[in-house]
Design a protein around this ligand. Sequence first.
Ligand code: DX5
Ligand code: ZN
Length: 216
Amino acid sequence: MKKIIIAPSILSADFSNLACDVKMLEQIGADWVHIDVMDGHFVPNITIGSGVVKSLRKITRLFFDAHLMITNPEKYWRDFKEAGAGLIVFHQEILADKKKLAKEIKDSGVKAGVSIKPKTSVEEIEDLLSYVDLVLVMTVEPGFGGQSFMEDMVPKIKRLRKVIDTKKYNCLIEIDGGINSQTSKICVKAGADVLVSGSYIFSAKDPTEAIKSLSI
Ligand code: DX5
Ligand code: ZN
């Protein structure tokens, strides 16, 4: 059985106690920290900037996965890299040259990923898969935590698994939105490698059990 990477999203953390919550994630066995960056333009919400990432970098050794839900990642990704993110995920739906952007990010020494919103098809990113280390499938409309998993996204996960395996691409599949102990199993069965989970972990009475239940 392959190891599933669990990446809790700090969007559901207590922002007045962020250091405490991130240290808790480390203690309960999280693999990565998923950081949802929103600009109030690409999505209708504003969240975390690179300054916060820089401060968090000092208090944990966990790998930082920066999900940039912003219109101009080509302008801002370096700030997140310098702040300590190890993976920079931009969206397919932005206007910039995605192949160029992926190449620049990887050439700088960090990993690059591309994310697709629910209405974006796998076909639209197939030719980008050989340029990125990870593809993130959104299973909710990006913008807010606590939404319900869109089961009609599962065929996209299966399709990606098939393409990546057939072409032998070195590309992980990450799923983000509405992940809990039930939906995680559907995603793993469909071919997911990395699971993001926010509200399920942070609202759990026992976050250790919640995290464990995602990879079983
Ligand atoms: C949504 C974000 C997600 C979100 C996941 O735009 O990209 O990472 O925080 O939260 P849950 O697990 O609550 O759906
Ligand atoms: Zn996210």
